[in-house]
Design a protein around this ligand. Structure first.
Ligand SMILES: [Zn+2]
Ligand SMILES: [Zn+2]
Length: 973
């Protein structure tokens, strides 16, 4: 079978490039949309990437999962419009602009001028747009880049303004002085979903400080903190009124200063146990008093840094005994809980840190030092002043800026918030309607996130973003929210023909207040996650255009979206929040949430580890189809994926080479002039079986794709190729190569063609390139598989019983071959009998199907297959080789050697040959006795004893210990 050699060199990447050329030339994507434009809509939302970085391997993953569904629905006749989208605003872009302009600090932007910064930001938005488009095309992700939505377009911003005004009118948009996560390098606060993207495990010093009681000198409260830099802003200590505390004296401790201390009872016991474990029995602990926290409230202590009014102890329910001493140092400027305790107790807010994260004047020697760098200085200072009780290293998760990696600070400032907690219940309800893949995301990762959502910190004290459309009167402080360009014109009395809705241009628009004063825009821009979360509306410039299409459900909600698991705190969340705020219900019906990609050893990919997998390399080496199918089959969609080139390669062989070879077999043996007849009529067992398998496969694939279970669907496809090639084609070979009748070959050819064509249609959404390539081969270069209808199962062709029996046949064969191999007997050596245990192979016995049993005979080369109730195992193979069996085995060996020679001589199956042999009489008698058989098997024209002259190929083999020489001659006709 020469074709095997030819197609082993099948090169998927080059097939793909050829296919891309065809798609481009014939505008197949466009045609697929035209073909379906009157069909029902299937709504898909594309999560917008930032085009100022290159696509990574995880983009290949998500795009593969998106594309398969979109192609599937298109083939089913749905109209699947798929606008590309670009995320453009916010820190990711600003970081690029800063790099280009050599800016290190926020102040430098203002010094240079906002306009210049905005210009540079706009320029860097599309740095890698071309690469993204080429990448998407190369991996077969069909997306409409010509009508992409762009979050920095005026029309997009106008929709955002409209949405913000809706939220404003509901009273859900408000400004407040709150402690927020804050990036001191970027000079802006961040939202909790941004913070959630950047947690890292770190080890840093935690200290316990001594706070001396005013009325009881030498007696101290002990308070523990992981942020020593917040101590200068301390204004109170908090205890839990319900918790037990003890006052104790401590002497002779090897590490801690002596004194009288107050801590929670639990902490006291910890200290004591610690001492026991360290075996320092000299330390003396003596309990002096024991009481509830409530008795401590109001007690006064000396502040660490000032000698002014004494500070006092307050009660707070959040204080626990889990960590620390049960006494919490309160700095309202730097902690959310601290701020609320401060508000309840009318405590002042001491702001000790500026917006760059550095100490301000008046805190002594640390002015101008970044707070995290000041920690060791503060600890030293406390130690010198004998206010330090303990210093230890503490490991915990700490948030870092998701763009610039600076440690975030919790910092009190004025920010704008959306009161998302007011719609929390509704969001949870809306989430109920969503089909999540994997399903546990609904209640788990996503549901838990929803349960704990806080108000959305919307404002960013930055430049390149959607400006917050709130104007404030300089005189009477009245505020308005502007919801459209037209409203801006009306309120300003100015025409806005060519206005850019960005800063600084929009900052120059002044409105007139009812009071006669002038209104100016507040300086903030908004979180870019609000941009992407608004795309269902903003991509259509809703409600200024396409209002009815969204209101009547044609463009909204999405039937389907797919992104990485991290988007549960990102885009999945912001989409749901905004849609819920607008009272529109869930914005999506089905979500596939994909696991992280790791390297082959399960390590996270990172530049420093040098284990980043570049998608282009994978695609150039194995082809986009192979990378896609690998992701579809590696494991469940939501699980982390260890990317292993060895597995990609094995899939390449197992699926792609096998599939292309199956086609090659067909094209080799079915000569030109073949015409496919739509009616299948073969009664052949194997034909009926493979058709039944195919129809069942259609059913399985459709059922799973409809559930968005792409992995199960893809695995069914991969399994089928094995059945097709390693069972159906292998066992049907003779009917193609040496058919006994024309009808027999015609039946096999019709069946194989039908199966190949339908299978390729089924695989088209998964492996769009190779499917297209083979489809066009089967169709003599006509059409495109992506313009074909997706196959529907013909239930009348399904024979479940036959499939079950055949599965048992394959199982029996596998077991019997294993027994042969264990006994060291080659398959070519015929054996006499295989016994099947009665009752163990019910399907087969009940079927009483001689054809099936003869398949077993043929496959494991036995004379007889019988059922037997007396055997102990499920099968029993008689491995005794009688003289007759031995002779038969030898004959087969001879036939095989001749076939090999014929192949080596490059003779076509249709070329006739003549066989010559020589050797001792005792050894060659087997040839003489079986001349007729050999002639028939090989289709040779003659066989006789002779000499080596004029032969094409020759070989010497051992027969019964004697040597036999064999040769062949090609006979031209
Ligand atoms: Zn930052
Ligand atoms: Zn006013």
């Amino acid at each position: 079978m020469n074709f095997l050699n030819v197609f082993c060199f099948m090169n998927l990447p080059s097939i793909e490039k050829e296919t891309l050329e065809f798609w481009r030339k014939e505008s197949i994507f466009k045609k697929s949309l035209e073909r379906t434009k009157n069909g029902p809509r299937f709504v898909f939302y594309e999560g917008p990437p930032f085009a100022n970085g290159l696509p990574g391997i995880h983009h290949l993953l998500t795009r593969a999962f998106k594309d398969v569904i979109l192609r599937y629905k298109t083939m089913q006749g749905f109209y699947v419009e798929r606008k590309a989208g670009w995320d453009t605003h916010g820190l990711p872009t600003e970081m690029e602009a800063e790099k280009k302009l050599n800016i290190r600090f926020k102040k430098e932007i203002e010094q240079m001028g906002i306009e210049k910064f905005i210009e540079e930001s706009r320029r860097s938005v599309f740095t890698y747009k071309k690469e993204w488009e080429e990448f998407s095309e190369r991996i077969g992700f069909w997306l409409d880049f010509d009508h992409a939505y762009i979050t920095c377009d005026n029309s997009y911003i106008e929709t955002l303004w409209w949405i913000l005004k809706q939220i404003w009118q509901k009273g859900f948009l408000y400004q407040d002085y709150k402690v927020v996560p804050y990036c001191p390098r970027c000079g802006t606060s961040l939202s909790s979903h941004e913070v959630a993207q950047g947690y890292k495990k770190i080890k840093e010093p935690a200290i316990t400080a001594r706070f001396e009681l005013v009325d009881e000198p030498e007696t101290y409260f002990l308070a523990w903190t992981t942020t020593p830099w917040t101590l200068p802003a301390n204004v109170a200590l908090a205890v839990n009124p319900e918790i037990d505390y003890v006052k104790f004296s401590l002497n002779n401790h090897p590490e801690f200063p002596q004194g009288v201390y107050i801590v929670s009872e639990k902490k006291f016991n910890d200290y004591k146990n610690d001492i026991k474990n360290k075996k320092t029995p000299e330390a003396e602990f003596k309990i002096i008093d024991k009481f509830k926290g409530s008795q401590l409230i109001g007690k006064k202590y000396k502040p660490l840094y000032k000698n002014e009014a004494p500070y006092k102890v307050v009660g707070a329910g959040f204080v626990s005994v889990e960590e620390g001493t049960g006494i919490v140092h309160i700095a309202p400027a730097f902690g959310e809980d601290d701020m609320s305790v401060g508000k309840e107790n009318n405590l002042p807010v001491l702001m000790t840190v500026d917006e760059d994260g550095k100490f301000i004047d008046g805190i002594g020697e640390w002015k101008g030092i970044f707070v995290k760098n000041a920690d060791p200085l503060i600890i030293d200072n406390l130690r010198k002043r004998e206010l330090l009780f303990q210093e230890e290293m503490y490991e915990h998760d700490y948030p870092f800026c998701w763009r610039c990696k600076t440690p975030l600070l919790y910092y009190a400032k004025n920010s704008w918030f959306i009161n998302v907690s007011r719609v929390r219940e509704q969001m949870i309800k809306n989430n109920e309607t969503v089909n999540w893949v994997p399903p546990h995301i609904k209640k788990g990762r996503f549901g838990e996130w929803l349960n704990e959502i806080k108000d959305w910190n919307l404002s960013r004290e930055r430049y390149w973003g959607t400006p917050l459309p709130v104007w404030e009167c300089e005189k009477c402080k009245k505020r308005v929210c502007v919801g459209s360009v037209r409203e801006l014109e009306e309120k300003s009395g100015q025409k806005m023909n060519n206005i850019d809705l960005h800063r600084p241009f929009v900052d120059n628009v002044v409105l007139k207040c009812e009071c006669g004063g002038l209104m100016k825009r507040v300086p903030e821009v908004i979180d870019c996650w609000f941009d992407s979360g608004s795309m269902p509306f903003a991509q259509w410039h809703y409600p200024f255009e396409n209002k009815d299409k969204i209101d009547n459900g044609e463009f909204f909600p999405a039937d389907f979206i797919a992104e990485g698991m991290d988007q549960t705190r990102g885009w999945f969340y912001t989409l749901l929040a905004i849609s819920t705020l607008l009272g529109k219900g869930a914005p999506y019906k089905n979500v596939i949430s994909l696991g992280l990609i790791l390297d082959a050893n399960g390590q996270k990919m990172s530049k420093s580890r040098g284990n980043i997998i570049v998608p282009k390399e994978v695609v150039e080496k194995f082809g986009a189809d192979c990378a896609r199918l690998y992701f579809y089959t590696i494991n469940k969609a939501g699980e982390a994926k260890k990317f292993d080139f060895k597995e990609v390669q094995s899939l390449y062989r197992k699926f792609f080479i096998t599939l292309v070879n199956s086609y090659a077999f067909f094209s080799t043996y079915v000569e030109g002039g073949f015409e496919f007849k739509k009616e299948l009529c073969s009664g052949n067992l194997l034909d009926r079986w493979i058709v039944s398998r195919l129809e069942n496969l259609k059913h399985q694939v459709i059922k799973n794709l409809d559930k968005y279970d792409i992995v199960s669907a893809a695995r069914f496809l991969v399994d089928f190729v094995d059945d097709l090639s390693n069972w159906y084609i292998r066992l049907s070979r003779r009917r193609f190569q040496k058919p006994e009748t024309e009808k027999e070959k015609e039946e096999a050819s019709q069946t194989l063609y039908y199966v190949l064509l339908n299978f390729i249609k089924l695989t088209a959404p998964f492996t769009p390139f190779v499917s297209e390539y083979l489809y066009r081969k089967l169709k003599d270069g006509e059409g495109s598989v992506h313009l074909a209808d997706y196959p529907k199962p013909d239930k009348s062709l399904i024979d479940a019983k036959l499939e079950k029996s055949m599965a048992q046949v394959r199982e029996i064969v596998a077991q019997a071959l294993a027994k042969r191999s264990a006994a060291g007997i080659k398959v070519r050596q015929p054996l006499s009998v295989l016994k099947l245990k009665d009752g163990a192979w019910g399907e087969l016995k009940n079927d009483n199907n001689r054809e099936l049993l003869s398949l077993i005979k043929q496959e494991i080369n036995v004379k007889n297959v019988i059922f037997d109730g007396s055997i102990s195992e499920n099968i029993e193979l008689d491995v005794e080789i009688t003289p007759e069996l031995k002779e038969e085995g030898l004959l087969r060996e001879i036939v095989r050697q001749i076939q090999i020679m014929r192949k080596k001589a490059n003779l076509k199956p249709s070329d006739k040959i003549f066989i010559i042999y020589d050797g001792e009489v005792s050894a060659t008698k087997i040839l003489e006795k079986n001349k007729e058989f050999i002639l028939r098997e090989i289709r040779a024209v003659g066989i006789e004893r002779g000499k080596k002259e004029g032969i094409n190929q020759g070989i010497e083999i051992k027969v019964d210990g004697g040597a036999v020489w064999l040769g062949i001659k090609g006979v031209s006709q």
